[in-house]
Design a protein around this ligand. Sequence first.
Ligand code: SF4
Length: 79
Amino acid sequence: MRLSVDLNRCQGYAQCAFLAPDVFTMHGDEALLYSPYADPEQRERVERAAAACPVQAIRMDDRDDAAPAGAREGESGAR
Ligand code: SF4
């Protein structure tokens, strides 16, 4: 699952870091660090974080092609 945060909107409220700490981390008082590619099992937590964000800065994208380049290496059935 791919996700993005509009850092122009983000006000560092840290709701996301509280609800999905494996994906979102606060660095200092206001700077947000996040992983743009979250494991599918993080989906529910990320959904809660997105819903809780006071400024609606978190966007999720579930498309299969949202994986990073090279992530298909090792895919079976290619022959
Ligand atoms: S909850 Fe929203 S405003 Fe708060 S740190 Fe996360 S993305 Fe930024």
